[in-house]
Design a protein around this ligand. Structure first.
Ligand SMILES: Cc1cc2nc3c(=O)[nH]c(=O)nc-3n(C[C@H](O)[C@H](O)[C@H](O)COP(=O)(O)OP(=O)(O)OC[C@H]3O[C@@H](n4cnc5c(N)ncnc54)[C@H](O)[C@@H]3O)c2cc1C
Length: 629
């Protein structure tokens, strides 16, 4: 018998496994007696790379589980073991083999299931899903017997399945209910271009088609009948019409669901029953489900910290922008790509010769990017995404971001990203971490991947990681000649510890302090800090900091203990930690920077926030000593 808390994790998919990995990595695993129920016949594998199973990769290549992981960490994993009932009163889980397991805490990581439209004939032989290695095995077996394949659904999943059928040598069709491909992510122009490009590759696309039923075919195994009377024959049908969160277990046990499906969670990933967490594609925060792996990984970290009481990270949602190569065509979509925001301003560029389409959507003030679409060339995806996420200032001619002629501006964009910018959302890797890896000897993309894990999740950031690698290699080789990025200096996005005047080694914090002490212009600053002695290069930056600081003083004339940071304000951008989380950690016992780092992860990536974290810590500790809170 053990008095350890019992955790049951239902689902050993990408996110369920990440949860376990987090407990192991933070040395929390020994606190618990953990059982994992895994419905599939194998432990977690890289579902994002599922299609690679058709080409180079074996099931073993795709595994996410290192050798001895479960044994070494005393985690009991049960394969082919579906959970069929949760009794929340008795705190038990019943498996389909009849076993009843007790839990203190339960983690639901049941993922999603492919959506199968309820059309008659959907369950005929040689009709398949596209979610697991077993689905791919079945498709492979059917493909050996047939010549024509059809995918129902022209979204991300459908087009990925179509590529697989095409690669298997089948004459391939895609049938889409909407009037364009990827209706959620693309506008009409982009959808039309994608269709044209895909058709050129030999895949026939049928848009605005509503499949009414599937019956016996004449020439082929099946006949798909469309509303309107026409039909299409095929030997294999694959459903790629989207996904639905798997919530039956949760809803049968009375857990509250989100309005659009998904198990309702709070920012700690707890469901309506505090003893039960939900993470990954089965969970819904504020009514939104997240069908991508990066938000799932964040949830896994948050749940592991919350459940083991080892940290205060919160899941506050995530962007669902995507970049993919579909049938060899680069496609990307960011934020409000349909320009639905009131007053949104659109710039678009269609290059008929190169068959590329790019669009950026700006906010009403035309001060920042709120959406973008790219087809045929998505090389600007990461730059535009980071500009959108960081609300970066735009160049004077925003169209230069998508027009091919003004290349210099674009090339400088990745260089202009600040060190704290998160480059890999799956593994939360900042630009600084990648640069450090290169400085420590990484020379290839593979080296950077091994050193930082960047680009080993969904792979969407690989172009940007390569850009940073190239830039850093160049500056490591020839530091004196390193190209200066064209960068719009924004005082608000610069840490207090950043050196503004390298001659006099004066930081932004010192200049801010001088302004708070009464300095109003460059001469005053010169007097107070010697910042502009020796060079004139920093004058513009110093002037901007003065203006920024004076505005802050105007807005907040009586500075509090921690000026311009409220509880909800983010302090560590790499690890997404707010001031409130740091204060809570200190309140709960963290008394030095090391302890704060360990519990919140703040300041563990680029380190740019260290001064701010220390400042918060000192103020909070003073408050505690004085008994303020
Ligand atoms: C072909 C394909 C391509 C993709 N490409 C991308 C991409 O490019 N980028 C991206 O971000 N995402 C992509 N995704 C989505 C990504 O794979 C998912 O976001 C991720 O796998 C979600 O992880 P999860 O653990 O929530 O769900 P899953 O990985 O689906 O794991 C859930 C697990 O729970 C098990 N389970 C469910 N119910 C029970 C039960 N009652 N008892 C026991 N076990 C149960 C399931 O069998 C499954 O193994 C892709 C998905 C597919 C299918």
């Amino acid at each position: 018998m053990t008095d350890k808390q019992k955790i049951i994790v239902i689902g050993n998919g990408m996110v369920g496994h990440k949860f376990l990995q987090n407990l192991v990595d933070t040395n929390q695993v020994d606190k618990f007696d953990i059982s994992v129920l895994c419905e599939e016949p194998r432990v977690a594998y890289d579902r994002v790379q599922l299609s690679a199973y058709f080409s180079a990769k074996s099931a073993q290549d795709l595994t996410l589980v290192s050798e001895g992981f479960f044994e070494n960490n005393n985690i009991c994993v049960k394969l082919n073991c579906q959970a069929i009932e949760i009794d929340r009163g008795a705190k038990t889980v019943l498996t389909q083999t009849g076993e009843k397991l007790n839990y203190d805490k339960l983690v639901l990581a049941t993922g999603s299931a492919p959506f199968v439209p309820p059309i008659p004939g959907h369950d005929r032989p040689h009709c398949h899903l596209y979610r697991t290695i077993e689905d791919l095995e079945a498709i492979k077996a059917s493909a050996r017997l047939g010549k024509v394949g059809v995918v129902i659904g022209g979204g991300l999943l459908g087009l990925e399945a179509a590529k697989a059928l095409n690669d298997l040598g089948l004459q391939t069709h895609v049938v889409e209910f909407a009037s364009r491909l990827m209706a959620v992510q693309l506008d009409d122009a982009a959808g039309a271009l994608l269709k044209e490009k895909i058709q050129k590759l030999g895949v026939t696309v049928h848009t605005s088609k509503n499949v009414q039923r599937i019956l016996d075919g004449g020439q082929s195994v099946h006949k798909l009948e469309f509303a309107g009377g026409d039909a299409l024959e095929a030997d294999i049908v694959v459903f790629g019409a989207g996904i639905r969160p798997r919530v039956t277990l949760a809803s049968n046990s009375g857990l509250v669901l989100g309005p659009n499906g998904g198990i309702k969670i709070n920012t700690h990933c707890q469901t309506s029953d505090p003893a039960i967490y939900a993470i990954g594609e089965c969970a819904a925060l504020n009514g939104k489900v997240f069908g991508l792996v990066a938000p799932g990984y964040l949830m896994a970290k948050v749940a592991a910290q919350s459940l083991s009481q080892s940290g205060y990270a919160q899941f506050k949602g995530s962007h669902t922008s995507t970049k993919l190569k579909l049938l060899g065509v680069d496609v990307a979509s960011i934020g409000d790509c349909h320009a639905r925001t009131e007053g949104a301003v659109v710039y678009s560029y269609l290059d008929g010769a190169q068959q590329t389409y790019k669009k950026i959507v700006l906010d009403q003030d035309q001060s920042r990017i709120i959406g973008a679409v790219m087809v045929g060339d998505a090389s600007d995806y990461q730059n535009l995404l980071q500009m959108a996420l960081n609300k970066s200032a735009l160049p004077a001619q925003p169209e230069s971001l998508i027009l091919p002629v003004i290349k210099a501006v674009k090339e400088s964009l990745s260089a202009a990203l600040s060190d704290k910018t998160q480059i890999c959302a799956c593994y939360e890797v900042s630009k600084a971490t990648i640069r450090r890896a290169v400085q420590d000897g990484a020379k290839t993309l593979q080296d950077v991947k091994s050193a930082t894990k960047a680009s080993t999740g969904c792979g969407g950031c690989s172009d940007l990681v390569s850009d940073i690698l190239t830039q850093e290699l160049a500056s490591v080789k020839a530091p004196a000649k390193a190209a200066k990025p064209v960068k719009v200096f924004d005082p608000a996005s610069v840490a207090d510890s950043t050196k503004i005047c390298f001659c006099a080694k004066v930081t932004k914090g010192q200049i801010s302090q001088a302004v708070q002490g009464g300095a109003k212009n460059i001469d005053d600053i010169k007097e107070a800090t010697k910042a502009v002695t020796g060079c004139t290069g920093c004058k513009v930056k110093v002037q901007k900091i003065i203006e920024h600081e004076l505005k802050n003083i105007e807005r907040n004339p009586t500075p509090q203990a921690l000026p311009d940071i409220s509880r909800n304000d983010r302090v560590c951008f790499c690890q997404m930690v707010s001031k409130g989380e740091i204060c809570d950690a200190i309140q709960a016992g963290a008394r030095d920077l090391g302890a704060i780092k360990q519990t919140t992860y703040a300041s563990t990536s680029c380190g740019g926030c260290t001064d701010k974290v220390v400042e918060i810590m000192e103020t909070k500790l003073e408050e505690i000593v004085e008994g303020v809170s």
